[in-house]
Design a protein around this ligand. Structure first.
Ligand SMILES: *[C@@H]1O[C@H](CO)[C@@H](O)[C@H](O)[C@H]1NC(C)=O
Ligand SMILES: *[C@@H]1O[C@H](CO)[C@@H](O)[C@H](O)[C@H]1NC(C)=O
Ligand SMILES: [Zn+2]
Length: 307
């Protein structure tokens, strides 16, 4: 009997610290790893309104309420604190940036920004669009209300803005201060500050931000709380290949700097009974079925030809 109690106590101790030992698939499959990969994550992680998902654009329903966002404080240039938290690089956003609009039920304050990536150009995003993954994905995590009137857990506690990142051959000047900070935070639990950088400069042009997808989901790391209103923007951010490669070259999962940080990406989850919505904005050519574009063009050409 006593032995049983001791065993139970051990099991309990092990499970109560499980959240501290979560890791991504690439870490879990290392021969000597003792961390828990995504299929063993605890908390809400095995529930059925989880993130990320694959977005099938032709099944996304247009919702006219998905109007443009208004961004406050996104233009302030600051020396933000950045850290390696052992899973990603995280930029802490203080309390001066927030968003409204976009059919959000309230004002949401920006708390932190972080990224997901791979060394492969088509594996590093968490969400996929029509089955296609991007090189990286950036998340700006917001919380409902302000720090002085925080709310308890609810389905709309968080709003995350997600941006796909593509790789090209042009330097992205706005990202350079972040890229240059990476060598200073190679090890987990280290931090530094970036040279002045504004959120606005890091994002695609404002007029592109009217096109986005919306669904209800979760945090993509344990404990995977189902508290997130997701916004996935259509327009990707573009980084130079060298800037992109710095993330997997400079950052490490471990203290000993043996495991480069890459593939910090949760696999896509089932959509289940959820509906994905899309904003309907003027000038959105992709929303028109192809024939409505092709027929007038052909008619014009033909008219010209017959003259
Ligand atoms: C939060 O805002 C207050 C002013 O409302 C300011 O004094 C304080 O320094 C800010 N805190 C952070 C972490 O930026
Ligand atoms: C790093 O984190 C520590 C502890 O939170 C903090 O005191 C320090 O100011 C941070 N350093 C930078 C450069 O932000
Ligand atoms: Zn994320």
């Amino acid at each position: 009997m006593q032995l049983l109690l001791v065993l139970l106590a051990l099991v309990y101790a092990a499970s109560s610290t499980a959240d501290e030992h979560w890791c991504y698939e690439i870490q879990a499959k290392e021969p000597n790893s003792n961390c828990k990969g995504p299929d063993q994550w605890t908390g809400d992680c095995q529930k059925n309104h989880q993130s990320p998902i694959n977005i099938v654009t032709k099944e996304a329903k247009v919702n006219p309420d998905l109007k443009p966002f208004t961004f406050f404080g996104y233009d302030q240039k600051k020396r933000w604190e950045v850290k390696n938290d052992g899973h990603s690089v995280k930029m802490m956003l203080g309390n001066g940036s927030f968003i409204t609009g976009g059919d959000l039920p309230a004002q949401y304050q920006a708390v932190q920004l972080h990224l997901h990536w791979s060394q492969d150009l088509n594996k590093g995003s968490e969400h996929s669009i029509n089955g296609k993954h991007f090189a990286m994905e950036m998340h700006i995590v917001h919380e409902k209300g302000t720090s002085s009137n925080a709310v308890e857990d609810s389905k709309d506690k968080n709003a995350v803005l997600a941006f796909m990142i593509e790789v090209g051959d042009e330097e992205n000047k706005a990202f350079q201060p972040l890229v240059e900070a990476l060598p200073h935070i190679s090890k987990p639990s280290t931090n530094t500050t970036v040279n002045e950088i504004s959120l606005e400069d890091m994002l695609p042009k404002k007029e592109k931000l009217v096109h986005y997808f919306r669904y209800q989901g979760s945090l993509t790391t344990p404990t995977c709380d189902e508290t997130v209103i997701w916004t996935v923007f259509e327009e990707p951010i573009k980084l130079h290949k060298d800037q992109f490669l710095e993330f997997s070259k400079r950052l490490f999962y471990d203290e000993e700097q043996k495991f480069v940080m890459e593939d910090n990406v949760r696999p896509v989850q089932q959509l289940g009974d959820r509906q994905v919505f899309r904003s309907h904005a003027p000038g959105q050519l992709l929303a028109l079925p192809l024939p409505t574009l092709v027929v007038p063009t052909l008619t014009c050409l033909l008219a010209g030809f017959l003259q």
